[in-house]
Design a protein around this ligand. Structure first.
Ligand code: T5A
Length: 216
């Protein structure tokens, strides 16, 4: 927490990722309670969204509709929302030395728009550098679980959004996309088995937080 990261921000950027119904919301509630308990100053936010404008982009992205959203449009809207979110929320908080707890970030674009939709990873990397410069998460918790389990949980919650209406093979590619990102950056990623019970997931999260957030 106290060390400056490679981009010069004194804060700590923690992102949570996972497929549909992986339990991000449930896990973020637990992480946020843990951070409060440790008296760590943090900002909780999400993508797409996190600012009034970015939340409007989120609504446009997730609402089911008759007009098919082109893959490139979807990608650029994710990054448009991200650019706004970075300038208004993430960078100021990191500059103030805070921990930023973010529900999804650019790994989601690589998993959904890259692996899921099949857009070129090279184009994604170009956008990532354009929008973020050198800013990357300090740590990413990937909640991993079989697609069928996640979809069953997501469906149990009510109406599905536009992306959740995709077919099973799309989500299989998304999961593989996440796992391959994690394999490529093992120091940044912590993979938590999200198919386990809520208690087991929380025990795993606590262990990760105690080893990586409390001690820098
Ligand atoms: N997206 C996002 C992109 O395509 N590209 C991008 O760049 C970005 C940033 C919205 C969508 O945007 C896409 C990905 C998404 O499709 P979202 O709202 O963050 O992103 O995504 P969702 O996956 O839709 O988030 P959800 O809120 O729907 O799911 P969660 O938060 O993962 O799951 P949660 O915690 O609500 O849990 C689901 C249910 O399961 C239960 C919970 O009680 C709940 O009922 N549950 C468990 N049950 C048993 N055992 C456990 N361990 C459980 N954990 C939770």
């Amino acid at each position: 927490m106290s060390e400056q990261d490679k981009t010069g921000y004194p804060g700590f950027f923690l992102t949570i990722e996972g497929g549909e119904g992986a339990g991000k919301t449930t896990s973020i509630e637990f992480i946020s309670a843990w951070l409060k308990n440790q008296n760590i100053d943090f900002v909780q936010t999400r993508e797409p969204g996190g600012t009034p404008l970015a939340e409007r982009i989120r609504e446009l992205l997730l609402a089911p509709g008759d007009e098919r959203v082109a893959d490139m449009t979807e990608l650029l809207m994710m990054f448009a929302a991200r650019a706004q979110h970075l300038e208004s929320v993430i960078k100021p908080a990191l500059a103030a030395g805070k921990l930023v707890l973010c529900d999804r970030f650019t790994d989601a674009s690589f998993a959904y728009q890259g692996a899921g939709r099949g857009l070129s990873m090279k184009s994604l990397s170009v956008l990532e550098s354009l929008v973020q410069g050198g800013l990357r998460p300090d740590m990413t918790i990937l909640l991993d679980l079989p697609v069928e389990v996640g979809m069953a949980r997501a469906s149990g919650r009510g109406e599905l959004d536009r992306i959740e209406l995709e077919k099973m093979d799309f989500f299989v590619r998304v999961r593989q996309g996440y796992l391959s990102r994690a394999a490529g950056e093992p120091d940044r990623f912590e993979i938590v088995n999200a198919a386990h019970s809520i208690q087991q997931v929380q025990d795993a999260l606590k262990a990760v937080l105690e080893s990586r957030v409390n001690h820098g």
